[in-house]
Design a protein around this ligand. Structure first.
Ligand code: HEC
Length: 260
């Protein structure tokens, strides 16, 4: 069976100078450590948001879009503070909070209720109770949980796009020296993580619009992890353990063992 000849610019690890293999191995080890710490951080930050241990689809939805629950004021008025005031006054407070807690309404309608019903305890004299005196203090407990805000996403996006491209470029470059057949598999495992980077980052914003996009976030993240691990292990194995493939040994212009 005739095999297509190897490209003259393709070198297997066994054809590279020893110094390059040292550099490649060191870089792979450090990037591998970095990836593990990245995973630990991710699990720590995202898991358990839905009340169950471990990282799940719900955790991601909550992280990007918020819990869907109202503000601290709303949960207090529906819960432990419900007995402090008549229901219609509580409803007026909740409605005001849901509609954005504006200052004019506060001055005319909200402040009198708060002063009358809440200030006996929440006037700031007890350090363990939220101080509800004044607009700014009450505004703080009316904020809705809407998940990671767009500006934070933009900041994290550009860091990730630059950072992850460095990772997959370096690992991909090292892996490009591996002898892998079928070739389409090699191309796929090198190209896919870069494609998934774009999908992953875009999905953060899309989850805000439509929750099931969180599956895309998880899928893209998973494919990146699998590609990274595959390239890492194949590279290390072929660099230090595996025998030089026959196709490489057969090529004519093979250098003698030289030091470099
Ligand atoms: C008799 C004292 C008392 C009164 C009156 C009172 N509260 Fe409270 N409030 C507490 C205590 C004690 C806590 C903390 C314990 C708890 O959450 O059950 C608390 C907690 C809260 C919290 C939760 C704060 C947080 O950190 O999430 C909010 C919000 C709140 N109160 C709002 C109100 C509002 C609004 C009113 C008036 C309608 C009010 N409270 C009246 C005693 C009071």
């Amino acid at each position: 069976m005739s095999v297509a000849p190897l490209h003259r610019l393709y070198n297997h690890y066994s054809e590279l100078p020893f110094s390059m293999r040292i550099l490649y191995t060191g870089a792979l080890c450090i990037l591998g450590m970095g990836y593990l710490f990245g995973m630990l951080y991710l699990v720590h930050v995202y898991s358990g948001r839905d009340g169950n241990p471990g990282l799940s689809y719900e955790d991601l939805v909550i992280a990007y879009t918020g819990s869907g629950k109202g503000s601290r004021l709303e949960s207090a008025l529906r819960g432990p503070m419900a007995s402090m005031l008549p229901a219609e006054e509580a409803n007026a407070l909740v409605k005001w909070a849901q509609q954005g807690a504006d200052r004019p309404t506060y001055e005319t309608f909200i402040r009198p209720t708060i002063d009358k019903r809440c200030m006996s305890c929440h006037d700031g004299s007890n350090p363990h109770l939220a101080n509800l005196g004044g607009y700014d203090n009450i505004k703080k407990v009316t904020e809705q949980d809407t998940g990671t805000d767009i500006f934070t996403l933009v900041r994290v996006s550009h860091i990730h796009l630059f950072g992850m491209t460095f990772i997959f470029f370096i690992v991909g470059l090292i892996f490009s020296h591996a002898y892998v057949r079928p070739l389409w598999f090699k191309y796929l495992i090198m190209g896919l993580p870069l494609f998934c980077e774009a999908v992953d980052i875009s999905s953060w914003y899309l989850v805000k619009l439509y929750h099931p996009f969180a599956w895309l976030t998880m899928g893209a993240g998973g494919i990146m992890g699998v590609s990274f691990a595959t390239m890492w292990f194949i590279s290390m194995y072929q660099m230090w353990i595996g025998k030089t493939p026959a196709a490489i040994l057969q090529r004519g212009d093979r250098d003698e063992e030289i030091i470099g």
